[in-house]
Design a protein. Sequence first.
Length: 145
Amino acid sequence: MRPFLQYWKNYNSAKELGSPLDFAASAQFKKLMKGDVLWIVALREHRLTLLGKLVVGSVVPRKMAVEQLGDRVYDAPLVALAEPGTEQDIIEADIQELALQLRFESSHDRLDPERTVGQQLQRLRELTNESVQNLQSALDSAEGV
């Protein structure tokens, strides 16, 4: 299980908040495997917002995902479908204060406070275990766990 942070640039709160987080789409999903976890974030009013997490059940071509889920699937070549039984509804948890604490498994292991957050999250980034714990705490708090 590898944890990744995925940024949704075109998140629409009015349409998507409270709907099932049962898929995510991206051209970058070639490296995803069953059991990997996507931590989905977006910017809401210029603040980093956690929308939830998706446990990857499979990665399929968009056409196959549309057959299963309908036309709500984003226009991207690959779609990660949630592991059945792990789906959660999309929430909005403000994690702006966590943004500079997030750490990634790469030579650029943190966000640069001088740059726009969205620009730094355009590619899929693998999270460290400590960052996953922080995100899980934020998710649990938002869900009232």
